[in-house]
Every structure is written in structure tokens, then in C-alpha cells.
Ligand binder design. Structure first.
Ligand SMILES: Cc1cc2nc3c(=O)[nH]c(=O)nc-3n(C[C@H](O)[C@H](O)[C@H](O)COP(=O)(O)OP(=O)(O)OC[C@H]3O[C@@H](n4cnc5c(N)ncnc54)[C@H](O)[C@@H]3O)c2cc1C
Length: 511
């Protein structure tokens, strides 16, 4: 099995897949995914990708730029934001060429939907399962490339700088590591579950996604434990604005016994297509909080309004109501949401949909420059784990997949440029020998639950400074115990340490 590559990418969501595809075919790439390839936030995205495709229409880059600034509380990085909006058409074009099938209208033009905070219809989408469409098509392309080796159920546990790049400690977490393309038709025997392997590379891209699992309730997939952020922090990379967390106002409020911690999202585009937000009394309460934009205010404004209204009414009963729209329109635009709700006994064409805010997205992360380079030489980051600054303190709807594309490509272009200027022979890369722990024990039960409880109390929508002060020493203690104790380095350990580190960095920033 080859263990030396020009580039290793941790993460097979949109950011990692697209970065891999933007690297030329003479560059060898190892792409890691810690669970099966489908499990990631990208696959869950419903709404779509925001982009001004044809500036000659009634839309232009300035309008997209200003909508993003306004949503982000003017805390956005102007340089990276301009790159985001002005390079969007390039990447939309490219993913269409990779086979992504965005919806079209009856004239054959791309249909663009509207979402909160956007002053124009500019969201490219595939029904209400855009993320699944984009990741599926990119995955097909990646799996057909001879220069890209894909390993699923392969978890990055540790990363060390060497003289020539990086050594990565990878744990195979499945019964058998699923290696694609399968070498000579067989899976190497040494990739059994529980086995660690060291891989070396000249450049590393972290595309490990978000941190949702640090909260009790989140829309995020189970992979979202902030591993890349923890690993970058341990390498000394600069982490920025980790307390810039977005709470989505309209997660399905499932009070049934089958409800899980992973909340189903009722897409922003349901409001974009006209749904009303109503309180327990059936009143459109947004009139009291943002009368101009009402339901189409950005997410932070709507989440704040719901929590304030909940306190006022002592009730968490809130609904989205789109029943005033024709049933056929609803079924056609929102087939996946409609199917999910029907499975819960709710017909969105006739019934109100119970909703409540929950954790959704991280605006901060591993700080990168406009090319995607972190503060550690040769280490790049893109997608949700990276902080490019494009979102400011609140992300505009559907700017995230766009960021993953634009900056995933940017990382690939920059690494390609550097490899062209100074070619690397992967065979000559040096290896760091990771110490393996013997006589180690499993981590204590309940640490992850404790971290989630602290975070949910301390900073859910509005930070509670008393809980922040109480929580910080506790998560610091858990983090230090995990760093210094003699624990088995398995998936549970890696994720618990990541969650503790992320919680520590968030609380420390707020205090
Ligand atoms: C329900 C939902 C709906 C959304 N809707 C939209 C939308 O409509 N439009 C929009 O723009 N954004 C949307 N978002 C946000 C957007 O989907 C994500 O921000 C974006 O997809 C992140 O992409 P990513 O590639 O950075 O991370 P992900 O897609 O989450 O991928 C992370 C990858 O990293 C891997 N990984 C993590 N840790 C390790 C490790 N230690 N070792 C190896 N691999 C690892 C995972 O296995 C996974 O492959 C939505 C998010 C959610 C949750």
C-alpha cells in the first residue's frame, strides 16, 4: 500500500472532494473520510448554492456582497468575501460540468430560489436536496480519478510537521477499511478496524467540517466533532472566531419518542417561498422584531426573535406555515421535506410545521488567508472547519457550499503552484514515528454528554455569562485529562478530545 502522497486531504464533503478534483492528475492525493463517504454535512444541505451567475441580469456581485455583509454584521473580511462572490460563477460552471443537475424552469434557464437575507433569487438548487446532488456527482468524479486514493472509515487522529511536510496518524475504524480504488481488487489486510497507519505528504488540506456535536441539539451529521480544528490548534495554527456560531431558526421540533439529537432542518427556502413564522397564538411575531424583512430576515435575527418570544410567552411552541400555497407547488418544491414530515404524521400542505432553533453552523475556525493557507506552512484548510472571514458573525444562507467550492479550489491551485515551482518526490518524504500507547484504557463514560450539557447551557443563541464562567474550568479539566491521561486512541477518544478542545476555545473566547 502506498503511504506517501503529494497531498493528503482529510474530509470528503464538498470542500475535500472539490479540492481533490481541482488538483491536476499528475499530483497524487489521499482523501480520508472518517465514516462512510456519504456521512457529512454537505450531503444534508437542502437549500442550495448562492451565486450570481449572469451579472447582466437584475443581480450583480455588489448586491451579493452587500447581502453577505449585512447578514454578517459587517464583520466579514472584504477581500475574501469579494473573492467568494466574484468567483462563484466559475465554480458553478465547473460543478455543472462535473454533472450536477441544478433545477431549470420551463424555458430551460436555471431556476433560482430565494432565501433569508438575499435581495434577489440567486440560489442554485436541486429540489430540496442540493447537497446530496452535489456530493454524489463530485464523489463519482473523485472515484474515477487514478491519482486519487479514497479511504473511508479512516480517521485522522494526529498530524505532525516533518522536514518535508506532514506525517498523519490514521485509524481505521470500520470492520475493514474501505479503500477505493481497491488495490488489485483486494482490501489490504493491514487496514482492519482498530489498526493505525502512518501516511506522509508534502501538503495537507484539512476539510473536516463543523462542530455541531458539541451541542445537545444540532442539524449536523455525526462526523461534526471539530477534529480538524483540534488538530490544527495542537499544531499551533491560529484559530479564529470560534464563538461565531449560527443557530438555525427552523429545525423541526420533534417532541416524539423517536426524536433524535440530530435535528431535521426545515430549509430556509420554505420561508423564501412564502412560509409564515407563527407563535403559539398563530401570530406572525416577526412584525415585532424585524417588520421590514419579517420571515426573510437573516438567521441570527430570526433565532433571536424566537428565543425572545419564547421567554415572553413561556412557550417553545413555534410553527412554519406554508399551507396558503398550492399543495402541488409545495410537493414539487419540497419533496424531501414533505416526505420526512409525512413520516412524522405532518402534512405540510395542510398542517403547520413545529420548529425551534438549534445549532447549525460554525463561521469561525482555522484561520486561513485568501489562498486557504493556515498559519502553519504547507497546511491548508477549507470548508466549514476554515475561517476565511467571508461570513462575518452570521452566515448568509447558501454561502457555505459556495465557500467550500471557491476556497477548496483555491487551496488546490495554491498547492499546485507551489509543487510546480518546487517539485516534490513523495518517495523522499520523511516519516514521523508516532508513539503507540500500550496498557492504555478507554476514556471515562459520560465526558461527551457533560461537554454538550455545558455548551447548551452556556451559549445557545444568547451566551449566558454565568454558565460560561462555570463551564470553562470544567471543560478545561476534561481537555487536560484527555490530553495527559493514558487513553486508547480510538474514535471515541479522538472525538471527545476534539469536542473538549472546541468547547474550551469557544468559552475562552467569550469570557
Ligand atoms: C442540514 C444542513 C443543511 C444545510 N444546508 C445548506 C445549504 O442549503 N446551503 C449551504 O451553502 N450550506 C448548507 N449547509 C452547510 C453546509 O452543508 C456545510 O457547511 C458544508 O457542506 C460543509 O462542507 P465541508 O466539506 O466543509 O464539511 P462536511 O461536508 O461536513 O464534510 C466533512 C468531512 O470531513 C470528514 N472528517 C471529519 N473529521 C475527520 C477525521 N478526523 N478524519 C478523517 N475525516 C474526517 C468527514 O468524514 C467528512 O467527510 C447545511 C448544513 C446542514 C447540516
Amino acid at each position: 500500500m502506498n503511504t506517501k502522497y503529494h497531498v493528503i486531504i482529510a474530509g470528503a464533503g464538498v470542500a475535500g472532494l472539490y479540492a481533490a478534483l481541482c488538483l491536476p492528475k499528475d499530483i497524487t492525493v489521499l482523501l480520508l473520510s472518517k465514516q462512510s463517504l456519504e456521512v457529512c454535512n454537505s450531503s444534508l444541505a437542502q437549500g442550495g448554492i448562492a451565486a450570481v451567475y449572469n451579472p447582466a441580469d437584475d443581480d450583480n456581485y455588489n448586491l451579493h456582497y452587500h447581502d453577505s455583509l449585512r447578514a454578517g454584521g459587517f464583520k466579514n473580511n472584504p477581500e475574501t468575501l469579494w473573492k467568494l462572490v466574484s468567483e462563484a460563477p466559475l465554480d458553478i460552471e465547473r460543478v455543472i460540468n462535473f454533472g450536477v443537475d441544478f433545477d431549470k424552469d420551463s424555458c430551460g434557464n436555471y431556476h433560482r430560489t430565494l432565501e433569508g437575507g438575499h435581495c434577489r433569487r440567486r440560489i442554485f438548487h436541486y429540489k430540496d436536496s442540493s447537497g446530496n446532488e452535489v456530493t454524489s456527482r463530485l464523489r463519482e468524479q473523485v472515484l474515477s480519478r487514478d491519482n486519487i486514493t479514497v479511504m473511508s472509515e479512516a480517521e485522522l487522529c494526529n498530524l505532525k510537521c516533518t522536514h518535508t511536510g506532514f506525517s498523519a496518524d490514521v485509524l481505521f475504524v470500520g470492520e475493514k477499511g474501505d479503500v477505493t480504488p481497491v488495490q488489485n481488487g483486494t482490501v489490504p489486510a493491514n487496514l482492519q478496524g482498530g489498526h493505525h497507519e502512518t501516511f506522509d505528504c508534502a501538503y495537507f488540506i484539512l476539510a473536516t467540517g463543523g462542530i455541531g456535536r458539541v451541542y445537545e441539539r444540532t442539524t449536523n451529521a455525526s462526523i461534526a466533532t471539530g477534529d480538524g480544528i483540534c488538530i490544527a490548534y495542537e499544531l499551533g495554527a491560529k484559530i479564529k472566531n470560534l464563538s461565531y456560531i449560527q443557530f438555525h431558526p427552523t429545525a423541526f421540533n420533534d417532541k416524539s419518542e423517536t426524536g433524535t439529537r440530530e435535528c431535521f432542518l426545515i430549509s430556509e427556502s420554505v420561508r423564501g417561498e412564502g412560509a409564515y413564522l407563527i407563535n403559539r397564538d398563530g401570530r406572525r411575531f416577526m412584525a415585532d422584531y424585524d417588520p421590514e424583512r419579517m420571515e426573510l430576515a437573516p438567521r441570527d435575527v430570526v433565532s433571536h426573535a424566537i428565543i425572545s418570544e419564547a421567554k415572553k410567552l413561556s412557550s417553545d411552541e413555534f410553527y412554519l406555515d406554508i399551507t396558503h400555497k398550492p399543495a402541488d407547488f409545495i410537493r414539487e418544491h419540497f419533496p424531501a421535506i414533505n416526505k420526512f414530515l409525512l413520516s412524522k404524521g405532518i402534512d405540510m400542505t395542510t398542517d403547520k410545521i413545529p420548529i425551534y432553533p438549534c445549532h447549525h453552523y460554525l463561521m469561525g475556525g482555522i484561520n486561513v488567508d485568501v489562498t486557504g493557507q493556515t498559519s502553519v506552512n504547507r497546511l491548508y484548510a477549507c470548508g466549514e472547519c476554515a475561517h476565511t472571514g467571508v461570513h462575518g458573525q452570521n452566515r448568509l444562507a447558501s454561502n457555505s457550499l459556495l465557500e467550500a467550492l471557491v476556497f477548496g479550489r483555491s487551496c488546490a491551485e495554491q498547492i499546485t503552484k507551489r509543487l510546480r515551482e518546487k517539485p516534490v518526490n513523495p518517495e523522499k518524504l520523511t516519516t514521523y514515528r508516532f508513539l503507540r500507547r500500550f496498557d492504555a484504557k478507554p476514556i471515562p463514560v459520560g465526558l461527551r454528554t457533560k461537554i454538550r450539557e455545558i455548551m447548551q447551557k452556556a451559549c445557545f443563541v444568547f451566551p449566558d455569562m454565568g454558565e460560561v464562567k462555570r463551564g470553562l474550568p470544567e471543560v478545561t479539566r476534561i481537555k487536560e485529562e484527555l490530553e495527559n491521561g493514558n487513553y486508547i486512541v480510538d474514535a471515541n477518544y479522538v472525538e471527545a478530545k476534539s469536542l473538549a478542545t472546541v468547547a474550551y476555545l469557544i468559552l475562552r473566547e467569550i469570557i
